[in-house]
Design a binder for this molecule. Structure first.
Ligand code: NAD
Length: 509
């Protein structure tokens, strides 16, 4: 409970906890160009998962907070949409250089609140900056089309126009990056925006918004509302919001998609995943094993693009198993700020319990644990789990079907390439799939026949770059228009077509 408010320069209000001998800060909202306390009075603790220390508090905002942000954004839209695109992106150019300057601090903050190791946090910030760089190209990206003499003496042209206020709701696993998947594109197109980050990792975005302010974003154009369900549901139903971008687990993605669609909004909702990696006998095994291992255990397995089930075809299964066991035994879990750590903690005790439960379910269903990451973590302070390798995984096992979101590698054996493709296509999810091979024809067959939308050939984390579209299929994506690149211009604009005929008035010339 707060004892005192210390006036701070911007984002955070220092408080003293009654029962805790430490100072923590409560994150503020950023609405209409001002840092304001949330109207919602409840808070949740922000916990460093590497040592369980409380490092901040996140307010659980309410519908009034959202309404205030929407009013500000709606008002700001009237003038922002008239600012030339070339001028709008100057703010993004300034923000890019501020982000570069502050990259190390942002990465450290990300590691503290999320747990991932520093090198991963740096990548997280860097990929966010790439979104800004891509959105800086908006003067070219937003151009329309024209067609002279579409019929005799008639011309036609189409322009892309912003729609109004958009919102985004983001998950805990990429605190700096995921919000940049959306708002830079929306705002560069001339829309105004409200971001709701995950209540588990609100600190990095608070710092980012300080930089947004420093970059000179006009008031009301970009707003930050912290919270959880109430904020999400209000955003999805608010009559003055035109569209919602969401990233998170599949059940919430589906809920957001259904709620916001039924309230007349455009929605793109990116959900959970279960990613398969197929290894053919002709792959370069040592490199494939390293890539597979890094995919499954990077960010402690808490990535929507993380590999989960590895299908070794024929002899490949034994070779890859041996290599992966070796790598799992060498990996060091630890605090992400310690440069000797390879893998950080999971986000919470609940998350760790769930992953441990899934490992147990695999054993109960007949799989074999080759490396048990539940062992040897007793003396570690945080929510750590060592890499776990499970073999003899079968298609009908729970661990082969559910998203794990932990550093667990499931090894399945198949007799043929076709069997591997059939198995991976039977998954309810469709985010990514990878193939390891030196055979071009096999690579083509794989890209052609598998159902997930993002494919890696000898790549473990097939994340398309900012200039390509991003998003899965099946239960990994709800909506029509994906994120990033040109797709985001489609999502954040309407196309207005004018067809015209100018008739000569012969009395003038
Ligand atoms: P989550 O679904 O718990 O939370 C995501 C957001 O939804 C948060 O902002 C949270 O406040 C809100 N939320 C949570 N429960 C809600 C509810 N009942 N009603 C309304 N809002 C609610 O997801 P998470 O645990 O933060 O993130 C991990 C998940 O995100 C994984 O499933 C992962 O695969 C997925 N993810 C997907 C992608 C992708 O590109 N497809 C990218 C990153 C993460």
């Amino acid at each position: 409970m707060a004892l005192k408010d210390e006036k701070s320069a911007g984002v955070l209000v220092k408080e003293k906890s009654i029962n805790k001998d430490q100072s923590v800060s409560t994150v503020k909202n950023y609405i209409n160009g001002k840092w304001v306390l949330s109207i919602g009075t409840e808070t949740v603790d922000v916990i460093n998962p590497a040592n369980k220390k409380i490092i901040g508090r996140c307010p659980l905002g309410n519908s009034q907070d959202v309404d205030n942000a929407v009013k500000a954004a709606k008002e700001a839209f009237k003038t922002w949409r008239e600012v030339p695109t070339i001028d709008r992106v100057q703010i993004l150019f300034r923000l890019k250089s501020l982000l570069e300057k502050n990259l190390e601090d942002l990465a450290k903050l990300c590691t503290e609140e999320n747990g991932k190791i520093l090198i991963e946090s740096r990548g997280d910030v860097r990929r966010g900056i790439q979104m800004i760089e891509t959105a800086c190209g908006m003067p070219t990206l937003i151009m329309g089309k024209s067609f002279e003499d579409v019929a005799s003496g008639i011309d036609c042209h189409a322009v892309r126009r912003p729609l109004g206020v958009f919102g985004a709701i983001t998950p805990f696993n990429f605190p700096p990056m995921v919000p940049f998947w959306f708002w830079p594109f929306a705002v560069a197109c001339g829309n105004t925006f409200i971001l709701k980050p995950s209540e588990r990792v609100p600190l990095t975005q608070s710092r980012v918004f300080e930089l947004v302010e420093e970059a000179g974003m006009p008031k009301g154009v970009l707003n930050l509302v912290n919270g959880s369900k109430e904020v999400v549901n209000t955003l999805c139903k608010h009559p003055d919001i035109k569209g919602i971008s969401f990233v998170g687990s599949t059940p919430v993605a589906k809920h957001v998609y259904e709620t916001a669609c039924s309230h007349g909004k455009r929605v793109q909702a990116l959900g959970g995943a279960k990613n398969f990696m197929v290894v053919l006998p002709d792959a370069v095994m040592e490199q494939a094993a390293k890539t597979v291992f890094e995919s499954c255990t990077g960010c402690a397995g808490q990535r929507c693009l993380a590999g989960s089930v590895i299908l070794g075809v024929g002899d490949a299964s034994h070779i890859i198993e041996k290599e992966i066991v070796k790598l799992a035994n060498q990996a060091k879990v630890g605090n992400g700020l310690d440069p000797s750590s390879n893998i950080g903690p999971l986000i919470s005790e609940d998350a760790r319990k769930r992953v441990k439960g899934l490992i147990q379910s695999a054993i109960d269903e007949g799989a074999k644990v080759l490396v048990d990451g539940r062992e040897g973590i007793e003396n570690l302070d945080g929510y750590f789990l060592k890499p776990t390798v499970i073999s003899e995984v079968k298609q009908n096992m729970k661990i082969a079907k559910e998203e794990i979101f932990g550093p667990v590698i499931c090894l399945g054996k198949v007799e043929s390439f076709d069997e591997a493709i059939k198995w991976l296509n039977s998954s309810e999810y469709g985010n990514t799939a990878s193939l390891f091979t030196t055979n071009g024809a096999a690579a083509r067959k794989f890209s052609y026949e598998v159902e997930p939308s993002m494919i890696g050939i000898n790549i473990g984390v097939p994340a398309p770059m900012a200039f390509f579209s991003f998003g899965g299929s099946k239960a990994s994506f709800f909506g029509d228009i994906k994120a990033h690149g040109q797709a985001s211009i489609d999502f954040y604009t309407d196309t207005k077509v004018t067809i015209q005929r100018w008739v000569k008035n012969s009395s003038i010339w």
